[in-house]
Design a protein around this ligand. Structure first.
Ligand SMILES: Nc1ncnc2c1ncn2[C@@H]1O[C@H](COP(=O)(O)OP(=O)(O)OP(=O)(O)O)[C@@H](O)[C@H]1O
Length: 153
């Protein structure tokens, strides 16, 4: 039996230049007695419990803007006016985990290559959630590591 609690949220992972950040090598010391620790085999186990069931972004395909389930028609219209006709796989998979049928509130970590569309992937669910509410206080905070990146977002 697993010594860890059940997973709380998926990790969205894609190929390309992304690295499997959720996986670390560490011995399963919790399953050994003290004398056995030296012989404990190393296993690839996720670093955080909620990262233990990654969702493979590459298994999703793109999707026309008009076909994304539950997308607010006002947002679809604005996106199409901006020239966005379809969503990239990271955007579809993130949407399905946050807003799509069967989604429920939880933390999500997305690891996907540069330029794959992560910004819209996380921004669209936020905008959709806020679009149906009266917003009286801070509801979303985007933190970026550099000023340049912050200006892009
Ligand atoms: N669905 C889409 N259709 C067309 N263009 C898109 C779509 N989504 C994003 N783009 C464009 O693709 C480019 C890359 O997107 P974005 O910057 O969001 O990628 P990223 O994964 O966040 O990259 P980085 O890792 O550098 O932050 C941007 O110019 C963006 O406007």
């Amino acid at each position: 039996a697993s010594p860890f609690p059940p997973p709380l949220a998926p990790l969205l992972l894609a190929g390309g230049d992304s690295s499997p950040i959720s996986l670390v090598r560490r011995p399963m010391v919790s399953m050994k007695t003290k004398g056995q620790e030296d012989e404990a085999p190393e296993e690839r186990v996720p670093h955080l419990p909620w990262m233990r069931h990654p969702v493979d972004i590459d298994s999703f395909s793109g999707c026309p803007v008009t076909s994304l389930p539950r997308l607010d028609p006002r947002l679809a219209e604005v996106l199409q006016r901006m020239g966005i006709e379809s969503f990239f796989p990271v955007q579809v998979s993130t949407w399905l985990e946050t807003i799509g049928p069967g989604a429920f509130q939880r933390d999500i970590c997305i690891n996907s290559p540069t330029g794959s569309g992560k910004t819209l992937a996380y921004a669209l669910p936020i905008v959709q959630m806020l679009s149906t509410r009266k917003v009286r206080c801070l509801r979303a905070l985007v933190v970026l590591p550099t000023r340049d990146l912050a200006l892009q977002v």
